[in-house]
Design a protein around this ligand. Structure first.
Ligand code: AR6
Length: 174
């Protein structure tokens, strides 16, 4: 299980994986942050395909091709906006991860890379978000045998250190 999860510091747009995940907005328009970077690298084909999808609700996920990205697929998921933990933000963030993993088997995805969904513009505290991300990945990997690798791509050293600390905490046996 540990071998099928990896945490790296880097830029998700450069990942040569089957699928990268986009921390999108409900309109599925480029915006800033990781979504802006993904759209810039993928090119206008991505924007055109996104426009045809009719948006995406919080907690849901939709898939498109990767266009000029090294990744074959982009899974767009809309994380919750953090409002102090008052309206089930945790549950919605967990749903984002589950709905992304739901594409793994039908699209024959062997490698998938996630950014830290909701922890930028949407303000979700990173320690809490990392716990949810790693726990959901573990849950999925426990019942799936086809996915080779889940990569958490942290943007910056601080996020990387946070993810690795949570990973050790959650996956080190007593
Ligand atoms: N590679 C990996 N991670 C990145 C990259 C990158 N190239 N760029 C930023 N991050 P955010 P959200 C990290 O704000 O909080 C957008 O405008 C970033 O450091 O991109 O879900 C959308 O259009 C942070 O840890 O997403 C939405 O409107 C993480 O990605 C809204 O922001 C997520 O930050 C979504 O907000």
């Amino acid at each position: 299980m540990r071998e099928r999860m990896e945490i790296i510091e880097g830029d998700i747009t450069q990942q040569k994986v089957d699928a990268i995940v986009n921390a999108a907005n409900e309109a599925l328009i480029a915006g800033g942050g990781v979504s802006g970077a993904i759209h810039r690298t993928a090119g206008l084909g991505l924007e055109e395909e996104c426009l045809k999808l009719g948006g995406c609700e919080e907690g849901q996920a939709k898939i498109t091709k990767g266009y000029y990205l090294p990744a074959k697929w982009v899974i767009h998921t809309v994380g919750p906006v953090w409002e102090g933990g008052t309206y089930e933000e945790h549950k919605i963030l967990a749903q984002c991860y589950r709905n992304c993993f739901a594409f793994v088997e039908p699209y024959n995805i062997k490698t998938i890379a996630f950014p830290s969904i909701s922890t930028g513009a949407y303000g979700f505290p990173i320690e809490k978000a990392a716990k949810i991300a790693i726990s959901e990945a573990r849950l999925f990997l426990e019942q799936n045998t086809t996915l080779d690798k889940v990569i958490f791509v942290c943007y910056g050293k601080q996020d990387y250190e946070c993810y690795t600390a949570i990973f050790e905490q959650l996956l080190t046996p007593y």
